[in-house]
Each structure stands twice: as C-alpha cells, then as structure tokens.
Design a protein around this ligand. Structure first.
Ligand SMILES: [Zn+2]
Length: 399
C-alpha cells in the first residue's frame, strides 16, 4: 500500500459515509453499523455507548496494545441540516469537481474519519508500542452531547489515553484553545389584559427589556476589563442575545416573552459566577417588581446548552505530538467550540487539528480539497511510523 492508494481508499470510504444522512436529529445507527462491520472485517473490535433513546451511538476502537496511554483520533459523525440551503447537487451523494469533494459533512467532519478508517490496514502492519484509538461520536453539532457518554465509559471502564486529536477542519494547523459556551432560555410570565389599561396586566416584554439592558451593560463591563494579552478574538467573554419572542397583538398586554441568551467564555472566566450575576439580577431586581403588580407574574431561566472551553497548553502531549510530527511550531485559538474541551476537562490533553477549512463547514455545496485529505494521510503515515519508536513511548505513555 502507498499513500496514493490510501487516498483513493479514503475517498471511496468518504463517499459511503456521506451517503448516510446523519443530520443530528436522525438516528446514526446505520453509519455506526457500517463502520463497525468495516473494522470487524479487519479484525478490530469496536465498543459502543448509546444515548438514552438507544437510537444514537458513539464508537470506540483500539488498534495496537491494550494499555493506557497512546493517542485518540476523534471526530463526530453527525452533520448539520441541509434544510433551506441551495445545493447544486444531492448533498448526500458526494461528487468531485476541480480537485475538491462536495457533499454534506465532507469537511465537518467525515473526511477526517474516512482518512482514519482508510489507514487501518496500514496501522495493522505496524508494531505499535502504544495504542491508536478511534472515537466517533453522535450529536456534536447540537452542543457536544454524545462525547460525554463516551468519556464516562473511558473514565469508568477503559485504559486512559494520553492525547486526543480532534480532527475538526483547521486546514492542518494546530488549534490549541477555544472558547466555551453556555446558553440559556429565560421565560417572563406576565399577566394579559387589554392594553388600554396597563394597570390591569403585567407586561412581559417590558420585563424582558430589563434583562436585555443588564446583559448589554455586562457585555460592556467584560469588554472594559479585557486583558490585551488574551489570545482570543475578541479577547473577552462575549454575550449572545440571539432570539426574543413575545406578545400576540399590539392591543394586548403580552403574557409571555422568551429570551435566548448566553455566554461565549474565555478560559479565565467562570460560567457559574457569570450565570449567577444574571440570575441574581433577575431574582432581586426584576421578579420583586413584577410581583408587586401581580402574584401570578414570574421569571424562570433554564440552561439549554453548555460547551466546555479548551485552555491552550503548548506543552501538552497532544500539542507536542503534532509539533513533532509536522514541524509546525505555533498554535492558535479559535472562537468555535469542539469536543476537545470535554476531553481536556476529563484529564486527557487535546488539540484540534484536521483537514479542510472551517469556512466550508455548514455551507451549501460544502467541500474539502483532496490535497487536504492527502496532507492528513501524510500525517497519519508519520504517526504510524512514530508509534513504533521509543520516542512515542516517552511522550505518550500513561501519565
Ligand atoms: Zn464539526
């Protein structure tokens, strides 16, 4: 086998992976079975962890010795919806044009997974001193949900790996850090009445405006206290305020208003503390004012999503591994979230490093340049050679 054959294999496998509609709302069991039988034919066992409905699964597989340490190649199997997007061809039937491959998920991130799978036969020819694991997850695109089941299984039942490479598209550059996030839904319950007499009702839209003003001043405070050496752009925690929904007609005092808001956090900021700042304001400033008007008025807040940030650590074995194999000598941070933060939080150092450009992710006519897949194959070849050496043992043995 040579790199050209491996690239051809990867493209053929990618074609198959794209043909499964793994939009996050769908079951992913068909693609899981497909990958499982591919690995099974090569003599590799895989281990599944399911969500509570049993319709989605993560897949874990190990090549090489069954010991602690080693590296995980990790990617999510789900893709974002194509609804409402203008595609020039069927998004689930991959096509090739001008040196690129097109289809939903080719860059985010089935291309990376196809490379991993295509190189199993190569890895099997090596005398690996450390394990190389695959971790393929469900429901990443809806807030890194699936990876937590997988991590629980690793921590409870498996030998702990030493590094993770999350192959999200970074154009084969090292991403050592990203912001975390936490999202909320706050529901203001007022009292409806005819707008001709505001004294008879409680206006939920007016109440929500007080939260919005508070978020605006909190955003200003966070920006004003930014540390200019912070590598993120912008260099402070930002506030999302993306959706508001309230009222039914201009002549009715609105009973319900829903506000969707959240934080995108730099690693230094504490999500719990910031959340408390906001909920304290709601409890101490907004609710008492509403209750004075009516005991039936209320405000409730729930967390709708949380994503753990990735704290940059250029000395981590994950980053050192990639620097060593690629010769890259710097890493960057990004503002989009990945599963790398969850791995790091569980005590497994992680970086984001994968083929293709993030600007293509989630787009109609999503594509990946074949040259990027080639670079990724080149990288896994180096990793395979290196995993036979004493150097690998030194860097990636169990801590
Ligand atoms: Zn992704």
């Amino acid at each position: 086998m040579n790199k050209n054959d491996s690239l051809k294999n990867a493209i053929a496998i990618l074609q198959e992976l794209v043909s499964f509609d793994t939009t996050s709302r769908e079951s992913n069991l068909a693609i899981i079975e497909h990958i499982q039988s591919y690995l099974d034919n090569l003599g590799i066992d895989s281990r599944l962890t399911h969500d509570e409905t049993g319709t989605k699964a993560n897949l874990w597989a190990t090549i090489g010795p069954d010991i602690a340490g080693g590296v995980v190649l990790s990617g999510h199997l789900d893709v974002v919806p194509v609804d409402g997007q203008q595609w020039s061809q069927d998004p689930f039937s991959m096509w090739q044009q001008d040196g690129s491959l097109y289809g939903r998920g080719v860059v985010d991130m089935k291309g990376y997974i196809a490379v991993c799978l295509a190189l199993v036969p190569l890895l099997l020819t090596k005398k690996l001193l450390l394990p190389i694991h695959f971790a393929f997850t469900y429901d990443e695109e809806v807030g890194c949900v699936g990876v937590h089941e997988l991590l629980k299984d690793i921590v409870d039942n498996l030998q702990k790996p030493r590094a993770v490479i999350v192959g999200e598209p970074t154009s084969m550059k090292i991403i050592g850090g990203h912001k975390g996030s936490r999202s909320f839904r706050t529901i203001f319950k007022g009292v409806p009445a005819h707008s001709s007499d505001p004294r008879l009702g409680v206006n939920s839209i007016m109440a929500s405006a007080r939260l919005i003003n508070f978020l605006e001043s909190l955003q200003q405070e966070l920006a004003d206290s930014a540390d200019s050496s912070c590598p993120f752009d912008p260099p402070y925690t930002t506030i999302d305020l993306g959706m508001i929904n309230g009222g039914t007609a201009n002549n009715i005092i609105p009973e319900y208003t829903t506000v969707e808001w959240g934080f995108r956090l730099i690693p230094e900021d504490n999500a719990d503390q910031l959340q408390k700042r906001v909920t304290d304001f709601i409890d101490n400033e907004i609710v008492p004012h509403l209750r004075k008007q009516s005991p039936h008025a209320n405000v409730s807040t729930e967390i709708t999503n949380r994503m753990i940030g990735l704290t940059p650590d250029d000395k981590s074995p994950a980053e050192q591994l990639i620097r060593h194999l690629t010769g890259l000598n710097n890493s960057d941070v990004v503002s989009f979230g990945t599963e790398a933060g969850a791995f790091q939080h569980a005590g497994i150092p992680a970086v984001v490093f994968g083929p293709g450009s993030i600007t293509q992710a989630h787009q109609p006519d999503e594509f990946i340049e074949i040259e990027q897949l080639g670079q990724c194959i080149e990288f896994v070849y180096k990793l395979a050679d290196w995993a036979e050496t004493k150097d690998a043992l030194e860097l990636l043995s169990a801590d």
